[in-house]
Ligand binder design. Structure first.
Ligand code: AGP
Length: 617
């Protein structure tokens, strides 16, 4: 999704802007641009359709300024093109303001819903539009107020007062080059505090090389950022007082660390990320989990009659695994639903239901909107979130941070696994407040403690899985099947394969195969089958027989190798407790998708058309 960077200080802004944009590439984008200004006045702007490297190639050595903004755009209004790339100006590029050139430059993440209406009014007043974007409207609105002599912050406030929609913006004015004004409403903006210099960005990953001291703006908040500090205020000009926080993720978390791709690095980080999710949360004495951030005591938890989990994409599938864990361990009805659907169906909110929002980024707009809808109706929401201080984390009444570390690759792997581990902790905590016996509690505690070592055992098979993946990568599609606990694993496995390899993949409950999709089975459509050694093993083996009888090829992910006549290939996975098995069964599917994508020479970390966090509707 779109990214914003901004710099003001004694140095040349351009190197930071280009490096910051490169750090945000992982979010997904189709064009990029920068604008700088400084004491010598005037705006210098370059923007291109394509990569940050393409932008860097057209930025000349003389492109200098001490105040600057940059942007990576993911097209919403208008096709990806040079003209639609940000920054947007109120006048022509490369022309002095007095001759019709722009003085205001704006970069924007989000969507201005009333852009068409505003555009018509501005055009009637003589504004000339040079792009199809909603953002250009903002540049003209701000310029109209600035032309009347307003301070930049007042011009921005006045312009935002006319706008309906979501935004994270950064604005520079060639005639007030001593400041950048930023604002947030539904799309993140974080300030970075340096030594006599200041930064801003839509994501801390652009800032961590320069500063660890950050301030996350709240929705409805603006900031004037100068080289020597910042002032935050509300849309009605009331000053707010924000204390900086320290980013604790390591700088090398943002590098590939010698791996060919971030995705492979993040898959291999899982033993450590799971350890961090568990760290300090297991209580062996009472065979339970401690989750300090829930902000719910045992009595309040006992009053909960239902759990509803909300998330999008892989977060929703992790929620499905979470719902099964809660039902199994706590015997409380639990269900996961896509947040993107929930928010549009006027949901019934119940006082005795616990709502849980799941999000790696903490910025997914559909999930945030679902949380806001629940809270508006008086519901109680917990967040299971990776990014500390993110919008969803701040909107929730309490929750569990994953501590998985930054996830850069668009496809979620380590955050997915840590989310399911967090749900296992929640289910254990809930269970032990209800009727889960101490013996079963101890069994789950031991199972959780063993996970990092067992994940390592699976990762050791990476090379063998690469060979297997190469043999299946040119299939016309793949079927993923699993029963009960295995079904969400199948769904996540299919999601991973399709998003990074572009191979069509379908997930079905194994029990449903004969009710329709069996018609698809042929040697061209191999099946990946989850075959854990649990109470449903015989049923799963029968399904494998049905597939083989139709000449289907089978890759079994299993605890024990099925008979050769039932599976062409098998990836063996160490056995955990039955409730925790899905966590481990999923790891080979991550490697399978990764190696298939590599075999097909895909852009593994930045798959086409996708963005890391979807901050628009
Ligand atoms: C995961 O591989 C996907 N890229 C995607 O489905 C993702 O999980 C979804 O967009 C939700 O993101 P979030 O966890 O940041 O809210």
């Amino acid at each position: 999704m779109c990214g914003i960077v901004a710099y003001i200080g004694p140095k040349d802004a351009t190197p930071f802007l280009l490096e910051g944009l490169a750090r945000l590439e992982y979010r997904g984008y189709d064009s990029a641009g920068v604008a700088v200004t400084g004491r010598t006045g005037g705006l210098k702007v370059r923007k291109v359709k394509g990569r940050v490297a393409d932008l860097a190639a057209v930025v000349p050595a003389r492109f200098k300024g001490t105040t600057g903004i940059g942007h990576t755009r993911w097209a919403t209004h208008g096709v990806p093109s040079d003209a639609n790339a940000h920054p947007h100006l109120d006048g022509a590029m490369g022309v002095p303001p007095a001759e019709g050139g722009g003085r205001i430059a704006v970069v924007h993440n989000g969507i201005i819903e009333n852009a068409d209406e505003l555009r018509a009014k501005l055009a009637a007043d003589g504004a000339v539009f040079r792009s199809e974007t909603d953002t250009e409207v903002l540049a003209h609105l701000i310029a109209a107020h600035a032309a009347e002599g307003a301070e930049l912050e007042d011009a921005v406030r006045a312009a935002l007062g006319k706008v309906v929609g979501t935004y994270g913006i950064a604005v520079v004015d060639a005639e007030q080059p001593d400041r950048i004004v930023v604002a947030r409403n539904g799309s993140p903006i974080v300030l970075g505090i340096g030594e006599k210099e200041m930064f801003a960005a839509s994501d801390v990953s652009a800032l961590v090389r320069y500063t660890r001291q950050v301030v996350h703006l709240e929705d409805g908040e603006l900031a004037t950022v100068r080289a020597d500090g910042f002032r935050t205020f509300t849309e009605d000009a009331r000053t707010t007082h924000r204390q900086p926080s320290t980013v604790d993720w390591e700088i090398d978390s943002y590098d590939t660390g010698g791996y060919e791709h971030y995705l492979l690095k993040e898959i291999h980080e899982q033993p450590g990320s799971v350890e961090r999710t568990l760290s300090g949360r297991l209580d062996e004495r009472f065979a339970t989990a401690h989750l300090g951030g829930l902000n719910l005591d045992a009595r309040e938890l006992r009053e909960i009659r239902r759990v509803k989990i909300l998330g999008c994409g892989s977060a929703y599938y992790a929620g499905e695994m979470g719902a099964q864990l809660i039902e199994e361990l706590a015997r409380i009805p639990a269900h996961s639903e896509p947040a993107s659907e929930f928010r549009y169906r006027n949901p019934v909110i119940e006082a005795d239901t616990l709502y849980v929002a799941v999000s790696q980024s903490g910025e997914t707009y559909d999930t945030l909107a679902a949380v806001q809808e629940i809270k508006r109706k008086g519901g109680r929401v917990l967040g299971v979130v990776n990014t500390v201080g993110s919008a969803i984390a701040r909107e929730c009444d309490g929750g569990i941070y994953l501590h998985a570390g930054p996830e850069i690759s668009v496809a979620s792997t380590k955050a997915f696994t840590s989310t399911v581990v967090a749900f296992a902790l929640l289910a254990l905590h809930f269970g032990r407040i209800h009727d889960l016996s101490p013996a079963d509690g101890r069994r789950i505690v031991a199972g959780l403690k063993a996970l990092p070592g067992q994940i390592r055992e699976i990762l050791d098979q990476s090379e063998a899985i690469a060979e297997l993946a190469a043999g299946y990568a040119d299939s016309e599609g793949m079927m993923f099947i699993g029963r009960v606990r295995g079904y969400p694993v199948a769904r996540e496995g299919a999601q991973k394969l399709k998003e990074i390899s572009y191979v069509h993949a379908e997930a079905y409950p194994a029990s449903e195969l004969k009710h329709g999709p069996l018609a698809l089975i042929s040697p061209e459509l191999p099946t990946v089958a989850l075959v854990p050694d649990d109470e449903l093993l015989d049923k799963n083996l029968t399904t494998l027989g049905e597939i083989k009888a139709r000449s289907g090829r089978v890759v079994a992910i299993a605890h024990r190798r099925p008979e050769a006549k039932l599976a062409d290939h098998c990836i063996l996975v160490p056995k955990s407790e039955p409730e925790l098995d899905p966590l481990l069964l999923n790891i080979p599917l991550q490697l399978l998708a990764y190696h298939a994508a590599v075999a097909l020479k895909r852009d593994v970390d930045k798959p086409r058309n996708l963005a890391k966090s979807v901050t628009v509707e």
